[in-house]
Design a protein around this ligand. Structure first.
Ligand code: ACO
Length: 324
């Protein structure tokens, strides 16, 4: 049994914050941000939370496919910025959608979350009754940021993307490779939850915001992603030439350019939108996929081969090769 993507959706908050706007808040410049990251602007939530963004993206996908929400068997949300520790963002979205027959849960693999979730969804589909499932990447990264820290505040944006999956006889996921390295986890961490109760003697200093060693993550991703892509392609017994588009996590334009160069693949096979959304973590790949479908660069007719690759906190990295 396999899965196929039958519709996509995406949503970003309407409030757009340009690099020039950030010059008023932080000791930074539009030139520095564009040169180091490629980012020009990002969308920032003025109150909508992660479940709201995910709900709008999911609603769009369901409307496009025109299916009955009662047929959705599961909702998986990839997020590192959930509304609550519990209930899960997925349960909140289930309630908003009125998808009463679905089971729902979140997974957290930071910026690799969507790729991880899609792989998990494929396995779940074998046990699905009605044959439909939602995989959503949704993030309000702006609530995790220290808005006085210019080295991180300029990088991220808020948004959500979604795919609606249908069970299919043919497997459209040609291969997958997922990796984690917990040893390097503290290179990128956000919002520590230390033990705090009346029996704890010494209260620990907590880390309330996202903190990242940007240089470490840059080196890790430019080293690991080309290897990961080659591993995934080889596993499917394909070649790089067989791939129409490489949808790489949109963290930084320089990382994407370096990956393309290392693989000797033309840059136009690496579509980007980091320029307009910044790094939206687990939402970046499904937002990009939805844009390519809206622009009709990708048509869901089973003839396009795409490779999705995510990397980020954990550390985690993973790729899927899909025919869509
Ligand atoms: N504006 C102006 N100057 C700045 C800014 C800013 N916004 N931020 C940092 N600087 C300064 C630094 O203070 C430093 O100054 P100094 O030389 O006087 O000390 C200088 O610029 C260089 O700083 P670096 O951190 O060395 O800059 P670098 O070239 O490494 O670029 C960046 C930083 C853009 C963060 C880069 O390292 C990067 O993209 N890393 C990868 C991040 C990433 O991909 N994360 C993905 C995972 S995210 C997830 O999983 C949630």
């Amino acid at each position: 049994m396999g899965v196929k993507i039958i519709a996509t959706g995406a949503y970003v908050p309407s409030y757009r914050v340009s690099n020039t706007d950030l010059e008023c808040l932080l000791d930074t410049t539009d030139e520095w941000i564009q040169q180091r990251t490629g980012i020009i602007s990002r969308h920032i939530s003025q109150g909508e939370n992660t479940s709201d963004l995910g709900y709008y993206a999911a609603k769009m996908a369901i409307e496009q496919a025109n299916i009955d929400v009662a047929k959705i068997d599961f909702i998986i949300v990839a997020t590192m910025s959930a509304d609550y520790n519990t209930p899960s963002t997925a349960c909140l979205i289930q309630e908003k959608l009125d998808a009463n027959n679905a089971f729902a849960c979140d997974i957290n693999a930071a910026c690799s979350g969507f790729v991880y979730a899609l792989h998990i969804a494929r396995s779940l589909m074998d046990y699905s009754t009605n044959g439909y499932g939602l995989v959503i990447g949704s993030e309000v990264m702006s609530k995790l940021l220290n808005w006085n820290d210019r080295s991180t505040a300029i990088l991220f944006g808020d948004g959500a993307g979604c795919v609606l999956l249908e069970k299919s006889v043919k497997s459209n996921l040609l291969s997958h490779v997922l990796h984690s390295d917990g040893e390097k986890g503290l290179s990128l961490c956000a919002v520590e939850n230390p033990v705090c109760n009346p029996f704890v003697d010494n209260e620990k200093e907590v880390l309330p915001f996202l903190r990242m060693n940007g240089r470490d993550i840059f080196n890790f991703s430019t080293r690991q992603i080309p290897t990961l892509i080659l591993e995934t392609v080889e596993k499917a017994e394909c070649t790089l030439d067989d791939i129409d588009y490489f949808l790489i996590h949109q963290a930084n334009l320089r990382i994407i350019e370096l990956v393309a160069k290392k693989l000797d693949v033309p840059l136009d096979k690496f579509p980007t939108n980091v320029e307009h959304y910044g790094n939206t973590s687990s939402a970046s790949i499904p937002i990009l996929l939805d844009e390519l479908i809206q622009q009709r660069k990708i048509v869901l007719n089973g003839e396009c081969t795409i490779l999705m690759a995510g990397f980020g906190g954990g550390l985690t990295w993973g790729a899927l090769l899909i025919r869509i």
